[in-house]
Design a protein around this ligand. Structure first.
Ligand code: PMP
Length: 394
């Protein structure tokens, strides 16, 4: 039977990682895959995570199954982190998932279960895996204009015009903070306008929040998702712990279904647990348990928040340095948007041809759509990148 299989489209970012590995140049620079790296190029295990893992190893006395929804303490801790007191706990159904990707996948499946004809509105551009999963599930994708190629900010008027076409039964996917791949984000006034529009049209929002704490701070980065969750009749929220806890390979995420009517929570919870059962039964526990320990132990939580703040500030510092080095190299302010963007990524808005030139001539690897991972840089490589960007004619 396998002879009928067709080649599947390769993930461009994973392909790029492979090309980078095979490149023999010693001064090559990897600005591709979305993993945080410190100034020495390492993706460290966070101090609080390591401490929690040690404690867990000492104290854990069983590896028996958790519940289908995962450990309820994980859901409580994450709901508190993401939503704080924006909505009452009784309005939130939640399941642990394998990473943010698992949460995204389950969210789409829940929407399709509720409405087999659901259309999902996604920003142009969005994280490519959103579109890939939707295509795989056979769900109709409608893209809405988002990135403004001129200003490298959000084309808000165009976005609102396109979102106006979503209606009841449609899902509108929004990035909670640190938009991937562009780094361009809405301000809170614009978020309020989106909420008003959704309430007018009846479309349901889904927030993907994978970088809480990487933009303007843990609380600031959750402001939009809290606003949405407290203002609409229902919404889905997919949260990832991969980046802000640095637990990429542990596959730790949470899917929340929020309803303004708490009598819906039990049905939502049952649906989410059912979806877990069909797809993989019990979600992974190790990362979730470690995250719970970090969030519920005041000393570990404080240390984690402090380290996350160091990570955030180091990326912000690199952004500012890159913007100023580009100002020096180009003699203009046209790269000022890099300092305005937030999160791990910025989209330069350059052609695929120039991205290729950067790779071929300078050994600098960024994603073909000109997305660069700010965390792939350090103080030494920023000026090298700035000069190379100008040399290739970006
Ligand atoms: N959503 C977005 C926007 C992302 O960038 C990512 C990570 N690349 C994810 C979800 C999921 O990440 P993970 O499955 O590794 O938690």
């Amino acid at each position: 039977m396998f002879e009928t299989l067709k080649e599947q489209p390769a993930d461009k970012i994973l392909q790029l990682m492979q090309l980078y590995r095979e490149d023999p140049r010693e001064d090559k620079i990897d600005l591709g895959v979305g993993v945080y790296k410190d100034a020495t190029g390492k993706t460290p295990i966070m101090r609080a995570v390591k401490a929690a893992e040690k404690k867990l190893w000492e104290e854990q006395d069983t590896k028996a199954y958790t519940g289908l929804a995962g450990d309820p303490a994980f859901a409580d801790a994450m709901i508190n982190l993401v939503l704080s007191d924006a909505v009452a706990r009784g309005n939130v159904a939640a399941v642990a998932t394998p990473g943010g990707t698992g949460a995204v996948r389950q969210a789409f499946e829940m929407a399709r279960l509720a409405n087999p004809d659901v259309r999902v509105f996604v920003s142009d551009p969005t994280w490519p895996n959103h579109v890939s999963i939707l295509n795989y599930l056979g769900i109709e994708v409608v893209s809405y204009r988002y990135f403004d190629g001129e200003t490298r900010g959000v084309n808000f008027d165009a976005m609102m015009e396109d979102l106006g076409k979503a209606g009841p039964g449609d899902l509108v996917l929004l990035h909670g903070c640190c938009h991937n791949p562009t780094g361009a984000n809405l301000n809170l006034v614009q978020w309020q306008a989106v909420v008003d529009l959704l309430n007018k049209t009846g479309a349901v929002p889904m927030i993907d929040i994978a970088y809480q704490g990487f933009g303007d701070g843990l609380e600031q980065d959750a402001a939009a998702v809290r606003l949405v969750a407290s203002s609409v009749p229902e919404c889905l929220i997919a949260a990832s712990c991969s980046k802000n806890f640095g637990v990429y390979r542990e596959r730790t995420g949470l899917l929340m279904a929020v309803s303004a009517d708490p009598s819906k929570t039990s049905l939502n919870q049952g649906t989410l647990a059912f979806l877990n059962r069909q797809n993989y039964s019990f979600p992974p526990d190790h990362g979730a348990r470690v995250v719970t320990m970090v969030l519920t132990d005041p000393a570990l939580r404080a240390d984690w928040a402090a380290e996350l703040e160091e990570v955030r500030n180091s990326m912000l510092g690199l952004r500012e340095l890159l913007a100023s080095e580009l100002q020096r190299a180009s003699g203009s302010d046209r790269f000022g948007f890099i300092a305005q963007h937030r999160g791990m990524f910025s989209r330069l808005g350059a052609s695929g041809e120039l991205v290729q030139k950067l790779r071929d001539e300078h050994g600098i690897y960024m994603v073909g759509d000109s997305r660069l991972n700010i965390a792939g840089l350090n103080k030494q490589t920023v000026p090298i990148l700035a000069d190379a960007i100008i040399k290739v004619g970006m």
